[in-house]
Structure formats: C-alpha cells, structure tokens
Design a protein around this ligand. Structure first.
Ligand SMILES: [Zn+2]
Ligand SMILES: [Zn+2]
Length: 180
C-alpha cells in the first residue's frame, strides 16, 4: 500500500487494494475489543495525484462487517463504505502545521504529511474504516429492541409484559367504576 512519490507523474496514480484485515493493526484491535467482526477483505480504490505543492489521495474503502445491534442485541451484516480525500504535504522541520491547517476549510478533507520518497496509505485506510464503524450500531432505525422485563425480541413478537403494570391497574379500576 506504499506509493513511491516519483511514480506520481502528471496523471493520477491508481492504487487498488484487496487485503485481509490481518494487514491492519487498528482493525485487528477493534475486532479483539469486540466492536465488530470483519467478514472479508478490505478493498480500496485510491487515486493519488499532484496538486499545487502537495499530493492528493481520493478514494473509497469498503469492508464487510458483522455488527451487534445496540437495541435488540442481534448480530447483523453490514458494509463499511467510506469515501475520502487526503492532502499529503511533505513533512518539514519547521512548525508550520497550524498555519497549514487553517487553510483547509473543507470539513471532509484530511490533512496529512509524508516523509522520504514514498507514502504509505495502509494507516489512512484503516483510520477511514475505524471512523465509519458506528459507535452504537442499529440493525434498523425502527428496531424495537428487547423487552426490559422478559427479554423478548420485540421485532419478532410482542410479549405479555409490554403494557405498563400501572396502566393495567388503573384501567381495571376505571372498568370497576363503570360497571357499578
Ligand atoms: Zn436491533
Ligand atoms: Zn416482556
């Protein structure tokens, strides 16, 4: 996933990635932390081109994952799919990073640096994926979750304790009064 700077000429250099998660330490860590389970290879298509005084990488990363719904606790399949743009500037000894960052007013543009004669996109790829894994996954926006009393999955069926006990008592009392 390394690109030699001198290979980037006038037209964009295209990098195609299709690698097992084992190549990405950040993703392996997420998996061992139980955040998600990656079901297949990380794929990416990234174009790197020269632009003004810097290099611009724009592309898309994808990886299939198993996530656990925060409401119903069911495991469901999803695909992490992220498009990104990264500006790479050559790392310099002088401290001008603050100055450089203020020039970037575009929110989805990431600023990075490189040193030496190549850039390695492996870390940027795993960073993109880790940012896109939902913090509180939901199998569906409409997921009803599980009953806090009996633990039934309310997406599959209702349960007898789905009504508030207080309301039951109250309506029984009302019926009693009406029948008098
Ligand atoms: Zn759910
Ligand atoms: Zn219940």
């Amino acid at each position: 996933m390394k690109i030699r700077i001198d290979h980037i000429k006038n037209k964009p250099y295209l990098l195609t990635v299709d690698k097992p998660v084992a190549n990405f330490p950040v993703l392996l860590q997420m998996q061992s932390d139980g955040e998600c389970v990656f079901r297949g290879n990380v794929t990416a298509e990234i174009a790197v081109e020269r632009e003004f005084d810097h290099l611009k990488a724009s592309g898309r990363v994808q990886v299939p994952v198993d996530l656990v719904c925060g409401r119903c606790l069911a495991t469901y399949q999803s695909v992490i799919d992220s498009s990104f743009r990264i500006i790479f500037r050559k790392e310099t000894a002088r401290q001008s990073e603050v100055e450089d960052e203020t020039e970037l007013c575009d929110d989805d543009l990431i600023a990075s640096t490189y040193s030496g004669d190549e850039i390695d996109l492996a870390h940027d790829i795993e960073e993109q994926i880790s940012m896109e894994v939902p913090f509180k996954p939901l199998c569906d926006e409409q997921c009803k979750g599980i009953c806090p009393v009996c633990g039934a999955d309310l997406n599959i069926s209702g349960c007898s304790c789905s009504k508030e006990p207080v309301n039951l008592k109250f309506s029984a009392l009302k019926d009693f009064k009406v029948s008098r």
